[in-house]
Design a protein around this ligand. Structure first.
Ligand SMILES: O=C(O)CCC(=O)C(=O)O
Length: 308
């Protein structure tokens, strides 16, 4: 289904999940840990996103090295930009924010996770033409652990991506297997499985998720995935956004969880419930005290702290 004209209210669509994905697709996601949905995002969104993205590529010409906004290849120049990534697109332009919080990815995440979702982070991986770097085999959850394994990442190809353009590769079912150590032998963070662990994978089973512009990839946070270098003459822009279930929370001070964008934790399609499950025990946590200032147990119990 094309969602270009869908209403921008996730809540409206949660009651109509069947319009977005079928029960069979949801079951496939649960069993295999991934989905690929051809041309899920319609031309209106794509045109808008590509126009904004072109502005950022243009702006990158005045940059000489990677920074908060851009991750640039070492050979990037003003004449021949070579971008690896636009960091945190939702903080960079309202179009990305609207797309991520109200558009097809938020709607799809809600459909897959069965209700409102908690946004975590976003990025736009360019994988530039003529050698854009490989992404080695890894799982995401070690980069940003949560209180459960519901987080998923939705990728949107902003242009046609064929098999020669290094599409995302996934190892079906690996989301139900071991969680690998992504540190190197010297103890430093490598962000990838080591060679011995990779040698133990059945890489013949990898599925590469190519698709025309607007096609969408979904992968669970425990999925083993990666992509080859892009040796084609065309860049491969993949806009990625991560969401978890409403009652799933990032564990602070581990990896990316400490440096989320200004919208990290935002709820799409509902309100925060403060429900969570840890170690199999469910509870209703206290409100977010950052919102109205620090209460004490006295002011809470006397109901004069502004939270009642
Ligand atoms: O861009 C890709 O092909 C994969 C991206 C990815 O896995 C990541 O950025 O964590």
């Amino acid at each position: 289904m094309t969602l270009a004209d869908a209403p921008p209210n996730v809540a409206d669509l949660i009651s109509n999940v069947a319009d977005l994905i079928s029960d069979r697709q949801r079951a496939e996601y649960e069993a295999n840990g991934y989905l690929c949905l051809p041309e899920f995002v319609g031309p209106e969104w794509l045109d808008e996103l590509n126009a904004v993205t072109a502005e950022f590529v243009e702006a990158s010409r005045s940059e000489t090295s990677s920074g908060t906004v851009f991750d640039l290849e070492p050979t990037h120049t003003a004449e021949a930009p070579r971008l690896r990534r636009l960091n945190y697109p939702v903080d960079r332009h309202p179009t990305y924010a609207r797309f991520t919080f109200e558009g097809p990815p938020a709607q799809l995440a809600s459909a897959l996770l069965g209700g409102p979702v908690r946004y975590h982070h976003s990025k736009l991986n360019f994988k530039w033409a003529g050698g854009g770097a490989e992404v080695k085999w890894h799982q995401d959850i070690q980069f940003w652990p949560h209180t459960d394994f519901t987080p998923l990442t939705i990728g949107v190809y902003l242009s046609d991506v064929d098999a020669d353009m290094a599409p995302m590769g996934v190892l079906p079912g690996s989301h139900l297997g071991p969680l690998y150590d992504l540190y190197g032998a010297d103890g430093s963070w490598a962000g990838a499985l080591n060679d011995a662990d990779v040698a133990g994978l059945d890489l013949d089973r990898v599925v590469y998720l190519d698709g025309s512009a607007g096609s969408v990839t979904v992968h669970n946070c425990c999925m083993i995935h990666g992509s080859l270098p892009n040796n084609s003459p065309r860049p491969r822009p993949l806009l990625l956004q991560t969401y978890s279930a409403l009652d799933s929370y990032p564990v602070n001070q581990i990896g990316l969880n400490s440096i989320l964008d200004s919208h990290g934790g935002r709820i799409c399609g509902g309100e925060a419930s403060q429900m969570l499950t840890i170690g199999g025990r469910r509870m209703h946590g206290a409100p977010d005290f950052a919102r109205k200032g620090l209460p004490t147990i006295f002011s809470s119990q006397q109901q004069d702290d502004g939270y009642s």
